[in-house]
Design a protein around this ligand. Structure first.
Ligand code: HEM
Length: 296
């Protein structure tokens, strides 16, 4: 196997694919930015804590965003974006491992303490289960494993629908009183999950996509309500009703609904653009078959 074919931005022939190169750069960007800010002393508070939080955030974001590729592929009629799913998923694994590594650094690499903390603190136990799951999904995402596992591969990779909620729970528990961010990302997860539940022929049907927006918003607000009602002393109903008041800007559930509606509305012009940028291959006329000589 050629080394060039193993690079994240190349295809199976080892040629650079601009779309993959661009996605790879975007995936690296948060990590590089935080490394730069850390190096230059630009992080407020305790830098290690900041970077632990940031890598956790990006691990979860990429994990959830990996669910966006398949619906987008149908919505934009763009099969070329399919390989990005693996790249985004592997990015989630990488950020999660760095997140765990930084946590171990915070514990001076005293692995006994790390293990004890993971056993003792529920949110760390949950995080550890997600890391293990992510590693299994990452390792089995190669072509070889896809072939080897056959139909079982799809079943195994449905684990994402258990691991992402666990990752979100890890986020909720450590967020304490302000859960706006975990609520927002729970909303994106609900939206993408519902989108995938639509019958295949309805997945790029505008009315169905538009209907998903208020439904997602309502379910996201319900998750937020449940969190405040069960895990805090904050009046959950007041938080729920605050979604109707945009004086201080839209709340996470409203944001999710707005983004879901915007994606639905933007899908038609985006599809036209993608079609223009990636024209269908020109079919060459077949050479006329030579006629069999007539027997005389
Ligand atoms: C054994 C595995 C893990 C450990 C030891 C761990 C540890 C931590 C720690 C110490 C924090 C900061 C808590 C605080 O600020 O009080 C944190 C936050 C976080 N972790 Fe993890 N984590 C693990 C796995 C994961 C995984 C697999 C994900 C995502 C897929 C994840 C996502 C997050 C997120 C989103 C935050 C919140 C960041 C923020 O507040 O902005 N963690 N984790």
């Amino acid at each position: 196997m050629q080394l060039a074919t193993l690079l994240p931005w190349t295809d199976r022939q080892g040629r650079t694919v601009p779309l993959k190169a661009m996605a790879f750069s975007l995936i690296l960007l948060p990590g590089l930015l935080y490394a730069w800010w850390w190096w230059h002393g630009d992080l407020i508070g305790r830098p290690l804590d900041e970077v632990i939080d940031a890598t956790g955030d990006w691990a979860l974001r990429f994990f959830i965003l990996s669910l966006l590729i398949t619906p987008l592929r149908y919505l934009l009629d763009a099969p070329r974006i399919v390989p990005l799913r693996r790249m985004v998923g592997v990015a989630a694994v990488a950020y999660a491992l760095i997140h765990l590594g930084l946590y171990a650094t915070d514990q001076q690499w005293n692995l006994a303490t790390v293990a004890l903390e993971i056993i003792r603190r529920t949110y760390l136990t949950i995080g550890f289960i997600v890391v293990l799951g992510l590693v299994v999904l990452g390792v089995t995402s190669t072509d070889g494993w896809i072939r080897r596992l056959g139909s079982r591969w799809k079943r195994l990779h449905r684990l994402v629908f258990i691991l992402i909620p666990l990752g979100l729970l890890h986020y909720f528990i450590q967020s304490k009183a302000d859960v706006s961010q975990p609520v927002l990302w729970s909303g994106f997860f609900i939206w993408l999950g519902l989108w995938r539940l639509l019958p295949a022929i309805r997945r790029s049907w505008l009315p169905a996509l538009l209907a998903l927006a208020p439904l997602t918003g309502l379910l996201t607000a319900a998750i937020e309500y449940l969190w405040y009602a069960t895990a805090t002393n904050i009046p959950a109903m007041r938080v729920f009703l605050a979604n109707l008041d945009v004086t201080f800007g839209p709340r996470p559930a409203v944001w999710v609904a707005i983004i879901a509606a915007a994606v639905a509305l933007a899908s038609w012009p985006a599809k036209q653009l993608v079609a223009k940028l990636t024209p269908a291959p020109v079919r060459r006329p077949r050479p006329a078959r030579a006629r069999a000589p007539q027997e005389g």
